[in-house]
Design a protein around this ligand. Structure first.
Ligand code: SF4
Length: 403
């Protein structure tokens, strides 16, 4: 994939996780070993496409606001008096035969794992088929490839299903074969947001609903379409990714994806230490690790000692305690907190210029000293404050016998 090529959701996500991995996959076109889970998802998606395609209303796509909406009943309009045709999907036998033909053994770690996945797919597809018969959908597109230019950024994607809702709107559906899926996943899915943009750009009408479809439980997890601000945020992130690709910024970004990254042997982050240096550098790492542990232990011990000293000094009313080499001086630091959510309404209600709200406690203290402000406002502002006192110790050279 060259710079300037349309960004798909998976390409965008791969770049966000690790730009170097993106380069291995999209520039150098390196292949990753197949994985059973992905093979399974691909096969299930292709059978679902075959299952749902008969329901598609080919002309259900509204091409302009002036054109009338085509409905399922307009599809293959029957002669007067003839019964309305119902779409014919695959019979259970044909479905399973198609599933068998589509099946691929690529990437499974054992015959048992493959058999488990195959049985899961069979149940899930038969269940889905039954659901289609009971509640026929009104899709206007399945596995539709859409492209768009989103304010200067070329994007594309394959949309699992686009439905016409009973109210005449559009619903975007994305199938998921994952074990767990929640409404929160659907609400936060950048993939659905990107599909919303693609569908709206191509169909020229707003999307009414975004849905992640959890196939294992045959549950649609629907959410309202993304608001303008959420889309703007996504657009900014996509723009950053597109800029990074154009500028060939392919730095490794180690993190969670490294565990499943197959390019560790090519990645500078995982470059092995040359054998002659292995022992020396290994010893330095051990020493560093030891010192870190010691630093933590000393930090905890210092905090405990200061606290014990503080309690004793408080009890005896002391501010200065001598040791054999140093004098500990008890110091006090006072700070004020003014929660903005309480401060803001007071300033706004009182008509005080609010274009800039005080952003620090020091600014509020200045405001309180400002005699041009009504005394009542200053009183109310002062009431929002809470005072915090922190005690700490300072050490000075000196000893018990030094006076
Ligand atoms: S090993 Fe980690 S840092 Fe290196 S390319 Fe893969 S994901 Fe990126």
């Amino acid at each position: 994939m060259a710079a300037g090529s349309p960004l798909s959701y998976s390409s965008y996500r791969t770049y966000l996780e690790c730009p170097l991995r993106w380069r291995f996959l999209y520039v150098e076109k390196r292949k990753e070993a197949p994985r059973g889970y992905f093979t399974f998802g691909r096969v299930v998606h292709s059978v679902l496409e075959e299952l749902v395609r008969p329901y598609v209303v080919p002309t259900g796509r509204r091409r302009g606001s002036s054109e009338a909406q085509t409905t399922l009943h307009d599809w293959g309009a029957p002669a007067a008096g003839a019964p309305t045709p119902t779409p014919r999907t695959l019979s259970p036998e044909d479905l399973l035969a198609f599933y068998d033909r589509s099946w691929s053994s690529e990437g499974y770690t054992s015959p048992e794992e493959e058999a488990r996945y195959k049985a899961l797919g069979k149940n899930l597809l038969l269940g889905y088929r039954e659901l289609l018969e009971r509640r026929p959908p009104t899709p206007v597109g399945v596995e539709e490839h859409l492209e768009a230019r989103w304010d200067g950024i070329p994007i594309h994607g394959y949309i699992d299903r686009i439905d016409r809702t009973p109210g005449g709107g559009l619903e975007v559906l994305d199938y998921k074969t994952s074990r767990e899926l929640s409404h929160e996943d659907a609400r936060e899915s950048d993939q659905l947001a990107l599909y919303q943009v693609l569908v709206e750009a191509n169909y020229r009408e707003p999307v009414e609903r975004l849905t992640l479809y959890h196939l294992r439980s045959l549950t649609p997890l629907g959410t309202p379409p993304r608001a303008k601000t959420a889309l703007e945020t996504l657009h900014v992130r996509l723009g950053e990714v597109a800029d990074g690709i154009r500028e060939e910024a392919f730095e490794p970004t180690p993190g969670r994806p490294c565990a499943r990254c197959e390019f560790q042997s090519l990645c500078p982050e995982f470059r092995p230490v040359p054998p002659p240096e292995e022992e020396r550098l290994g010893a330095l790492v051990d020493r560093f690790d030891q010192l870190r542990a010691e630093e933590r232990r000393l930090g905890e011990e210092m905090a405990r000692t200061a606290e014990e000293l503080h309690r004793a000094a408080e009890e005896l009313g002391l501010h200065r305690v001598r040791g054999s080499r140093a004098v500990a001086l008890r110091r006090r630091e006072i700070s004020w907190q003014y929660p903005l959510e309480r401060l803001r309404p007071i300033l706004e209600d009182s008509g005080v210029a609010t274009s800039t709200h005080p952003s620090s406690p020091e600014e509020v203290r200045r405001l309180l000293r400002d005699s041009s402000l009504p005394a009542e406002v200053r009183r109310r502002v002062a009431e929002t404050g809470s005072r915090r006192v922190r005690w700490y110790w300072e050490l000075e050279p000196g000893s018990r016998g030094s006076d």
